[in-house]
Ligand binder design. Structure first.
Ligand SMILES: Nc1nc2c(c(=O)[nH]1)N[C@H]1C(S)=C(S)[C@@H](COP(=O)(O)O)O[C@H]1N2
Ligand SMILES: [Mo]
Length: 309
């Protein structure tokens, strides 16, 4: 069976890239992480070295790069899954700056070149689960978002973090339609943003992010539905109050602020109990917190997760 628009890839034709990554990953696990295997990612002609972070590795089969880069949600380009890959060529990812501001002692504009060097680049294999019940397993390249936030010294009033994506209808034609309130805005509580799993992300499969996956910089928050992982970010604001997000504005009963992956809380229009891995036929059960409960459930101790969905 194939998902709409996705060519079915027979197992015999899995590209060498996925096999290479899979083998390298198992090798790393077998070595107990003692050998730092390096991956090179070309960034504007510059080579980026990253070490595989076995602590965040998964033994799940990786989702082929074709699926990861051809089946996307990126409404600034198009609301279809195939549109972003076709249209993302017009996004200019240099020059690019990210402004980090708000409740911080040292607000700063970071050039993308400096962000790439701010902390050691790690490769982390994370699941990402879309609210529309498909999921993927991707080797991401990045470092903890906390590394960036620490640089600006958040004040004790910084209780939330807002992420703002690029607003430029010239490059992002989907913004000419009011499907969402532009720019795309998302948010996290400060303790979620500082959690070591929250990744400031620059690449996948050893290379810089394809534009349709959020180049040149996005976040990946693997225990939450995919819409929390804002793409092509230009601003990060630390705030006293919980920010309004584009999806909450569009459908408050469908998209909560927390959006933790939760098989027991259905989306009002469909069940969240199961998911389909891109490229696979059989559905599999969705895991609480997308399988990251051990690491993150403590952040929500005492909270009613059916009310705070
Ligand atoms: N700026 C922006 N970020 C976004 C989106 C978007 O439309 N615009 N879509 C979100 C949704 S719904 C998902 S599932 C993921 C998809 O990421 P991927 O295309 O890399 O798989 O990106 C998220 N980040
Ligand atoms: Mo999504």
């Amino acid at each position: 069976m194939k998902l709409p628009g996705i060519p079915a890839i027979p197992a015999s034709e899995i590209t060498p890239r996925e096999l290479f990554y899979q083998r390298r990953h198992f090798m790393q696990l077998a070595l107990g992480g003692s050998a730092a295997l390096l991956a090179g990612a070309a960034v504007g002609g510059e080579k980026l070295a990253s070490s595989l972070s076995e602590a965040y590795g998964l033994t799940d089969k990786l989702t082929p790069l074709e699926d990861v880069s051809q089946y996307n949600n990126f409404y600034e380009f198009d609301t279809s899954k195939e549109g972003p890959a076709k249209m993302a060529g017009r996004l200019k990812t240099r020059p690019w700056t990210v402004s980090v501001e708000g409740e911080v002692r040292k607000p700063k504009q970071f050039a993308i070149e400096d962000l790439l060097k701010l902390a050691p680049m790690q490769e982390r294999i994370y699941r990402l689960r879309c609210v529309e019940a498909w999921s993927m397993v991707i080797p991401w390249l990045g470092y903890p978002l906390a590394e960036l936030l620490k640089q600006v010294e958040p004040t004790s009033d910084a209780r939330f973090v807002e992420f703002v994506s690029l607003h430029d209808p010239e490059q992002l034609p989907g913004q000419r339609r009011a499907v969402l309130e532009w720019p795309y805005r998302e948010g996290l509580r400060i303790d979620e943003a500082m959690h070591p799993l929250a990744l400031l992300t620059f690449g996948l499969y050893g290379e810089v992010l394809p534009n349709q996956n959020g180049a040149p910089i996005r976040i990946v928050v693997p225990w939450k539905y995919g819409f929390k992982s804002a793409k092509s970010i230009v601003k990060i604001r630390l705030l006293k109050q919980q920010p309004m997000t584009s999806w909450m504005q569009a459908g408050p009963s469908e998209y909560g602020f927390y959006a933790n992956v939760n098989p027991e809380v259905d989306h009002p229009r469909w069940s969240q109990a199961k998911e389909r891995r891109l490229g696979e036929f059989l559905k599999r059960p969705t895991l609480p917190f997308n399988g990251y409960a051990e690491q993150v459930a403590g952040l929500y101790a005492g909270m009613d997760l059916t009310k705070n969905f």
